[in-house]
Design a protein around this ligand. Structure first.
Ligand code: HEM
Length: 537
């Protein structure tokens, strides 16, 4: 009964037309022909060879041969559920987004949780970041909040993402190891890209081994922009806060669970929803006035930084409830296509260089993962509002567009889809003033890599600090290159000297003698000498 919640849920109503239950039906081919035999192929004599002419055998086998699609290049292992978002507080002063205007407004959502590094069949209790991607099916189109369970990221510029993921995935020469944070290339990447320091602290913390998807926070990470009816913009960060609180397992539990039940997290979510024990998250926003953009001792566009909640409180504005499991994991969970560029009027981007690059990557990868340009027609990806344009054709086109004309500004057919003014709901990009020279560079305001990493460590309780040191010793201890191990502890001396010294003792390298973020700020990059040494090791 928990799978159906059709009343009033526009996405569920839409999906209903695509659902089929094959119980009590005649077996047919895909051409609708009834089949009389499904156990034995057509043969020339009972013990003779199978005949090519057996179209039923050929069709069945061909379909099976083509059942797999590429797994996601990252976040391959995931699990999803349907639900709804209800607004508590109007955001009218800040955004024109319709689903954020009237308290009580309900919007259907689809949420996919994931690990990042492991393959589709990997264990769910790996030490890793968790994806937390939400598709809001609003009446103005889909808004996707493609977030993680940690509020910062490893890198500041999207151009490094392929490098990061190559370093995190199994090494190319032997496809070992699956566990991202336990190998040489991962730690070598960290040492050579020290902007990762803050994220690594989260990654080594208990946040990387959640007890349940239901007990994780979610973060949009980037700085987005709210734009209100009057065209005024505000910077905004998005948060999900689980009603059950944030809980983790300890590493020993994680390893045992991973061995005994690698499906632990998906099982936990599925069972909770089946039992009617619906997980809930409150939705929060941090908002900064445009005039205050430069008032912080970090750059508010830097995705390796949080906005401290004491300085910019999280305002809770709504609640999301997941109340329905999927009917078919492939059709829904596997084929869903999230994209941080799916926005609605009133929500816009900023110049965060990580976000800007993500805006390219998602559709690009989905074009190959989902086989061409028509994956928006797959039921799970369709908006609940109508969509019309002059795009045509391509692999697997489902829509039958009628009419002679498929281009805008024509003299034959005045009713061809045409643009809508912003006053009538047409999306208008925020008219931010931008000036500067074209440079491939990082802003100086993005150069402090250690202050917030140190703040994070200092904010931990004593047991949490122990867990971080143990995690780092365990994971970095797996790194075979002594030189890389040394570089990493030297780097983390800039976060906390005691921590780095203790880890160094544990993993058999020289304890660093100096540290502190001032040192780090002065020398954020590794010397060429060290980098060369690593290559030789
Ligand atoms: C998935 C790229 C950073 C969250 C993906 C996918 C790609 C990608 C190619 C696979 C999408 C698919 O096959 O459908 C990138 C790039 C990044 C980046 C280029 C940085 C430049 C981030 C960040 C976050 C994030 C910062 C969190 C705020 C996710 C999530 C998924 C995902 C949650 C899985 C979506 C799902 O469940 O289907 N990313 N990503 N990514 N990414 Fe990113």
């Amino acid at each position: 009964k928990n799978r159906r919640n059709v009343d009033g849920n526009s996405k569920d109503e839409q999906l209903e037309q695509f659902r089929t239950e094959d119980k009590d039906k005649d077996l047919t081919t895909n051409q609708g022909l009834k089949v009389s035999e499904d156990e034995f192929s057509l043969k020339a004599g009972e013990r003779g060879p199978t005949l090519m002419e057996d179209f039923h055998f050929r069709e069945k086998m061909t379909h099976f041969d083509h059942e797999r699609i590429p797994e996601r290049v990252v976040h391959a292992r995931g699990y999803a559920a349907h639900g709804e978002f209800e607004l508590y507080e109007s955001m009218k002063d800040y955004t024109a987004a319709k689903f954020l205007q009237e308290p009580g407004t309900k919007t259907p959502v689809f949420v996919r949780f994931s690990t990042v590094a492991g393959s589709k069949g990997s264990g769910e209790l790996a030490r890793d970041v968790r994806g937390f991607a939400t598709k809001f099916y609003t009446e103005e189109g889909n808004f996707d909040l493609v977030g993680n369970n940690m509020p910062v990221f490893f890198i500041q510029d999207a151009i490094k993402f392929p490098d990061l993921i190559h370093a995190v995935k199994p090494e190319p020469h032997n496809e070992i190891p699956q566990a991202a944070s336990a190998h040489d290339t991962f730690w070598d990447f960290v040492a050579n890209n020290q902007e990762s320091a803050h994220m690594i602290m989260w990654h080594m913390s208990d946040r990387a081994i959640p007890r349940s998807f239901r007990m994780m926070e979610g973060f949009g990470v980037h700085t987005f922009r709210f734009v209100n009816e009057q065209g005024k913009g505000h910077f905004v960060k998005f948060h999900w806060k689980p009603k059950l609180g944030v809980h983790s397992v300890v590493w020993d539990e994680a390893q045992k669970i991973n061995g005994k039940d690698p499906d632990f997290h998906r099982g936990d979510l599925y069972e909770a929803i089946e039992k009617g024990n619906y997980p809930e998250w409150e939705f929060g926003v941090q908002i900064i006035d445009e005039a205050d953009e430069d008032q912080f001792d970090f750059d508010i566009l830097d995705p390796t930084k949080i906005w401290p909640e004491e300085e910019v409180p999280v305002q809770i504005i709504g609640k999301m409830t997941l109340n329905r499991n999927v009917d078919n994991v492939f059709a829904e969970t596997e084929q869903v296509a999230f994209h941080p560029g799916h926005v609605v009027p009133g929500i816009d981007f900023t110049n965060d260089p990580l976000l800007q690059g993500r805006l390219f990557s998602y559709t690009d990868t989905q074009l190959i993962r989902l086989g061409g340009p028509n994956f928006h027609e797959i039921p799970i990806n369709r908006p609940v509002c109508p969509f019309h344009n002059n795009q045509r054709d391509g692999y697997m086109r489902q829509t039958i567009n009628k009419g002679q004309v498929s281009y805008h500004n024509n003299s034959f057919w005045k009713n061809t889809p045409s643009p809508v003014s912003p006053q009538n709901g047409g999306y208008q990009h925020y008219q931010e003033k931008v000036e500067g020279r074209k440079v491939k560079a990082r802003s100086d305001s993005f150069k402090d890599h250690f202050s917030q990493a140190a703040l994070f460590y200092n904010s931990m309780s004593a047991p949490e600090k122990e867990h971080i040191k143990e995690a780092m010793s365990f994971e970095l201890g797996k790194c075979k290159s002594k030189d890389v191990r040394q570089q990493v502890v030297d780097m983390f001396a800039n976060v906390n000297l005691d921590m780095a010294q203790e880890v160094a003792e544990n993993i058999g390298v020289k304890p660093p003698e100096t540290g502190g973020s001032e040192v780090a700020k002065a020398s954020p990059a590794l010397s060429q000498e060290n980098t060369t040494k690593t290559a030789e090791t």
